[in-house]
Design a binder for this molecule. Structure first.
Ligand code: SGN
Ligand code: CA
Length: 540
């Protein structure tokens, strides 16, 4: 039945696009890594004035800004796997970054888009360990990739490019748009930035941006986690303790553990000279000041946030250049332009960096969509949407059939300004990577757009927040009599969602087994050997 439909669809798409009539738009999906909504001025917030993002804001101004785009599992690989498959981690098999390989033989939206006559391309960060499948053109970074002089993997193997990663990814995308694609076919191009991921290494041209200003601090920078649970207290992602002066903050070349900073590993002498000219005077002043306590944390925050925002500046430039390129190629009117990130991030809120928690800053991800002729200008959408919906949205835009086993919903009706009656009222979340980087305990939860119930099941602890009266999530209301009814309703919905999404009964134990295996001595040794081999490659 499905293949019969596809057979009809393919020649129709080709003909329509050839005649320039197509109701099937092209899609450019720009996707970054760890870009929090707080760092997009269209979303407002305390950074909007000091670090505007004019090109990103233009997407929102001309199209729709989603205020509640929630991720299924706030971590890189799992978010990407959810986007490709339209399924939760427990069905697509990619629960956590560590020791997992994406099974590329499964159904993904790029494969279905190909069947529907689309050309599919991906350029930039991939981070799913296996090779991309379902793409006519792919040039991806190995693993996390590098900011300076990055390697790329293509079907012809691995090679190194000179320059700054965000600029190289943009140039590659522009080249593909202008001269490499098959101009008879509609396309989806995924431009996936490494920036602004840790260690937030800025482009040479932005090394001194923001030098002369002080960036406002978030009000929860000195959070003491009072009235919160064990997980919030015991994580390993604070600016004060976890963030290093070496690799993260670029004061020293090496960490206390002896690791060389990422940027230093790969810069050539010319890049290094610019870097040193920018950082050395600032580092000298810092060393002289001999800061302690809160003053030291405030200084670390400034260095961190400035580097992060410098990386964002290159991403914003990229968006501007890609929009120009569409215009120059006469593609602007029939191309949907979408911007999102794999998850949000803490920019000092609760004293943190990184993500993983179901608290708002990392659970919520940006989503901006400009669909010329469809989205009305300056629309704001407050419905509960998710990265789970992206696959069906792309397929729906392409006029392709939507597989029954995908678990999200197409956003096309919302983009047209029509909310379906049965739109989701609750969103399900599940994070699995523990033990692991930043030591955030596993948890699952449910969110109704106002109240959020979270279960840190290994700790046997629950948390309940009211985003309306307490948007910074400083008061855990779980267990308070006034919230008993709300808690009951949400925990019932949590059970319903687990059923609806086919979360296996024994998932907690299964993942415990996988995690324990990963942290076993044998696997640890293999990891060390792999790391050494990579480093040897890097030196060549
Ligand atoms: C690296 C980072 C972590 C980060 C993970 C996952 N450490 O391991 O801080 O949480 O990536 O990030 S680093 O010292 O190597 O930068 S993710 O975006 O890929 O999920
Ligand atoms: Ca990420």
């Amino acid at each position: 039945m499905l293949s019969y439909k596809y057979h009809l669809l393919l020649p129709l798409c080709l003909l329509a696009s050839y005649l320039g009539l197509s109701g099937t738009p092209n899609i450019v999906f720009v996707f970054s890594d760890d870009h929090a909504t707080q760092a997009i001025s269209a979303y407002g917030g305390h950074l909007a004035k000091v670090a505007p993002t004019p090109n990103l804001d233009r997407i929102a101004k001309q199209g729709m800004r989603f205020n509640r785009c929630m991720v299924t599992n706030s971590i890189c690989g799992p978010s990407r796997a959810t986007i490709l498959t339209g399924k939760y981690s427990h069905l697509n098999g990619f629960y956590k970054n560590e020791a997992t390989k994406f099974d590329g033989s499964q159904q993904t939206f790029p494969k279905l888009m190909q069947k529907a006559g689309y050309q599919t391309a991906i350029i930039g960060k991939w981070h799913l360990a296996s090779k991309p499948t379902g793409f006519d053109h792919w040039e991806v970074l190995p693993g996390q990739g590098s900011y300076y002089n990055p390697d790329f993997i293509t079907s012809n193997g691995r090679h190194r490019e000179t320059g700054y990663v965000s600029e190289i990814i943009t140039d590659k995308a522009k080249k593909w748009l202008s001269s490499q694609r098959d101009k008879r076919k509609p396309f989806i191009l995924m431009v996936q930035h490494k920036a602004p991921h840790r260690a937030w290494d800025p482009a040479p041209k932005y090394l001194t941006l923001f030098d002369d200003i002080k960036i406002p601090e978030p009000s929860t920078l000195f959070d003491d986690y009072g009235n919160r649970g064990t997980a919030a207290k015991n994580q390993d992602m604070t600016i004060s303790k976890t963030m290093t002066l070496g690799r993260d903050l670029k004061v020293k070349e090496h960490d206390d553990t002896g690791n060389l900073g990422w940027a230093f590993k790969r810069m050539n002498p010319e890049q290094r000279a610019k870097w040193d000219a920018a950082y050395q005077p600032k580092n000298n002043a810092f060393m002289k000041a001999n800061l302690k306590g809160k003053e030291l944390i405030s200084w670390k925050y400034q260095r961190y946030i400035k580097d992060y925002l410098r990386c964002i500046r290159s991403v914003d430039d990229s968006v501007g250049e890609l929009r120009e390129c569409l215009l120059a190629n006469n593609l602007n009117e029939n191309t949907v332009f979408i911007y999102s990130s794999d998850q949000g991030f803490y920019l000092g809120e609760h004293g943190w960096f990184d993500k993983r928690f179901m608290y708002d800053e990392s659970y919520r991800t940006p989503l901006l969509v400009d669909w010329p002729g469809v989205t009305q200008t300056g629309r704001v959408n407050n419905d509960l949407v998710s990265n789970l919906d992206f696959a069906q949205t792309f397929l729906d835009m392409a006029g392709a059939p939507l597989p029954k086993d995908m678990q999200g919903a197409s956003l096309v009706p919302l983009l047209k300004g029509k909310k379906p009656k049965n739109w989701r009222k609750y969103h399900y979340y599940h994070y699995y990577e523990y033990p692991g980087w930043h030591m955030v305990h596993r948890h699952e939860g449910v969110y109704d757009g106002r109240y959020k119930l979270m279960n840190f099941y290994d700790l046997d602890e629950w948390e309940l927040y009211d985003m309306q009266s307490d948007p910074l999530e400083m008061k855990n209301h779980f267990g308070r009599p006034a919230y008993a009814e709300i808690t009951k309703r949400l925990s019932k919905e949590l059970t319903n969602l687990r059923k609806q999404f086919q979360v296996p009964e024994n998932i907690k134990q299964d993942i415990t087994d996988v995690n324990m295996h990963y942290h076993s001595e044998e696997i640890r040794k293999r990891g060390v050997a792999r790391k050494k081999a990579h480093e040897a490659k890097d030196r060549n």
